[in-house]
Structure formats: C-alpha cells, structure tokens
Design a protein around this ligand. Structure first.
Ligand code: AMP
Ligand code: MG
Length: 367
C-alpha cells in the first residue's frame, strides 16, 4: 500500500549520560503515528531503524512488507528503560543482566525467553525475543513518547546496505513508510552485536558494535562466536539467528573481499583491479587510506578505478562508520565489479569483516 512519507528534522547528536533527552513536537507526532500502527524510521547510534509498535502484530507485519523482509527473520525490540524488560522478557539470566548493566544503552542486543505479550510476528515464530536499549537521544525519546517497545530492523529494503543517513532511508523506503526522522548521520555505522543469552555460555549470533573482547571482560568468562558451520546449517535447519541465512548488505555489482596483510594486500588489490579493467570491467574499490597512499607512492595508475576510501586501517571506528555509505555510493556509479579490502578481525574488525563478507556474498580471496 502506498504511503505519503514525510521527513522531519530532529536534533542531531550523540547520547551522553545525563543529557536531557530531546523531545520535540516532531518526536511527539511520530510517537502518535506509531501508536496508531504506523511506520517511523528513526536514527540510532548504529544505523537508522524502521520502527513500529512491537506489541502490535499488524503494525509489525507492515515492517516486513515495507522492507520486503522474509517473515521468519525476527526483529529486535527497542526499549528505553530497564523496567520495560519485565513485560517482554520471561526470564533474565544473571549474565544477561550483567551485560545489560554494562552495555545499555548501547549497541548490544540480548536474545532472551519471551513473554506471551510479544507477538510471534515480531519474533519470526520463535519463543525468544531480541531486545536492546539504543544509545541515541532521539531513539530513546521516541520510545518513551510512544510508551511501547519498538520493533525496529534497519530501515533499508531487505538485502541492501543498511542506512547510515536519512537520505539512504528515503532512497529505499519513500512511499512505503509514514515518517522519516532525520537526525543526521549515525555514529557507529554497523548494527548491534546480537548475543544469545538463553544458554549457559553467551553466544554471539551477529558481531557488531560491542566487541567479543569487551563482552568477555564484562561477564568475566568466555563468550562464544557462532561457528561458520552453525551458520551454514541455518540454510536448512532451525535457525539460532534466522537473519544469518539471508543475503545482506549487498551492493548491486558483484563484490569480492580480498584478504591479506599490507603491503601485499594493496599489491593484490591493484593487480586484480588491473586484470578486471583489462577484461573490460569497470572496477570499484572500497579500500583504506593507506592503500590509496601506497598506490600513489608506487606510482600505480588508478585513474580508471572508482575508489571509495573507507578510512584508516588504524581507526576501525572510522571504517565501520563508512562501509554502508561507501557501498551505496558505489551503487550510484556505473561499476560492474567491486573489490573490498579486508581488515584484521579483532575488536570492531570482526563486525566489519562480517558485513564485508556478506556484501561480497561470501566470495573471499587472499592468503
Ligand atoms: P536487523 O534488525 O535487520 O539488523 O536484524 C536483527 C538480527 O537479530 C537478525 O540477525 C535476526 O536474526 C536476529 N534476531 C532477532 N531476534 C532473534 C531471536 N529471537 N533469536 C535469534 N536471533 C534473533
Ligand atoms: Mg538489517
């Protein structure tokens, strides 16, 4: 069904403890839209979310329709206060309480047993629910003004790179949702870390804004990362994190993720780009500032390549913030093949590599 999408400006800014939460007339009006079952895209500290009343099955259903999202890919419920947990979570294991205490508000999603009040539509038919408290003043103000947990996946068409700017949301969802709250670029740029807290050991189902190392320090013990094999098994079997089995973050042209260590990595990217150009392809590369500088020093001719700089290898936060925008920028060019530079998999690098590998449809080459 067509909708008249309006775009409203809201305050920009990052969450800061003790900061008065911005409640503007636009946020109050957006909360009304949500209470009436409508769809509102809003900024969070990770990416833009597409919100609906998470306890209203038909409102939630319209999220799946607007995004073209498979209905068995469950949504995350966003809350603004710890007290909001009681109505949606049946049991809060001690480790989960500890993680919430340390990382909320922040880019961490906890998978917990759900209560009856949470519709199966929200959880994709599972008896667990994913919950997080976002660290963004607009998101928190919107949730509080609405008075219900908001189901909010990323505000993009399913399969496309996630939106880190309001214009990305508009490009994907204009005419399909009711409101876009434009709060400027998001800070972190990759989604939350999803942790299954229903068993004895917490398991990372999706790496994200909070690193494995930080989680382990907080719980004072091991945190597992769901294995590659377990992820593969999702293609047929029951899914611990159903989202893992779907195509994600994909640019329009086929992409390849190139792994290795600089400077050999930079040489390999250059060789592959040259070979592709020789075959008549138009090549786009999303690479580090160091790669670009290296090619300059080596007098490598890059004039026929479309280069997107994702930031410095020494600053993974910068890279995380730029990868989705970079993939979308490549979509706005005429490139026919894309090469992506890898980063080390520690800290935020694990989440970045997870997204780049998915953008490449798991086509990975290198040492
Ligand atoms: P998105 O909101 O699109 O960034 O994706 C939410 C992620 O959380 C997906 O990978 C989902 O599969 C995962 N997720 C949501 N709810 C659950 C749940 N109850 N159990 C396991 N994974 C979940
Ligand atoms: Mg998403």
């Amino acid at each position: 069904m067509d909708r008249q999408t309006v775009i409203w400006q809201v305050p920009q800014g990052v969450y800061d403890d003790g900061e008065a939460l911005a409640v503007t007339p636009e946020i109050l009006e957006a909360a009304n839209v949500l209470r009436e079952g409508g769809l509102v895209a809003f900024p969070t500290e990770t990416v833009y979310g597409l919100g609906a009343n998470g306890l209203d099955a038909s409102a939630v259903d319209s999220i799946f329709i607007a995004k073209g999202r498979p209905s068995d890919n469950p949504l995350i419920l966003h809350i603004a206060d710890l007290a909001d947990l009681d109505q949606i979570v049946a049991r809060l294991p001690a480790r989960a309480a500890c993680l919430a205490e340390v990382f909320w508000p922040g880019p961490l999603t906890l998978v917990l047993p759900k209560t009856k009040i949470v519709p199966m539509t929200t959880t994709g038919g599972l008896d667990t629910v994913a919950v997080r408290m976002p660290a963004h003043p607009v998101a928190l103000a919107l949730i509080r003004a609405t008075g219900v947990p908001l189901a909010a996946p990323s505000a993009n068409v399913s399969g496309r790179p996630s939106p880190t700017r309001a214009e990305h949301v508009a490009n994907d969802l204009m005419g399909k949702i009711d409101v876009i709250l434009d709060g400027g670029p998001t800070g972190i740029g990759v989604e939350s870390t999803v942790v299954d807290c229903t068993g004895l050991t917490p398991i990372i189902l999706r790496p994200g804004g909070v690193s494995k190392e930080d989680l382990e320090q907080a719980v004072g013990g091991p945190v597992e990362l769901i294995s590659h094999q377990a992820a593969e098994d999702l293609l047929d079997g029951p899914a611990p994190s159903p989202g893992m089995k779907y195509r994600h973050y994909a640019p329009k042209a086929p992409a390849l993720l190139v792994t290795g260590e600089p400077p050999r990595l930079f040489d390999q990217l250059a060789t592959m780009a040259r070979d592709l150009v020789a075959k008549g392809e138009q090549v786009g590369l999303m690479v580090s500032r160091e790669a670009v500088e290296y090619w300059q020093e080596q007098s490598i001719d890059t004039t026929s390549w479309q280069i997107i700089c994702m930031g410095s290898r020494g600053d993974l936060k910068e890279i995380a913030a730029n990868i989705y925008g970079g993939l979308r920028d490549l979509d706005n060019t005429t490139v026919t093949r894309i090469l992506l530079e890898s980063v080390p998999k520690s800290g935020l690098g694990l989440a970045i590599m997870n997204r780049l590998a998915k953008a490449a449809g798991s086509r990975i080459v290198g040492q």
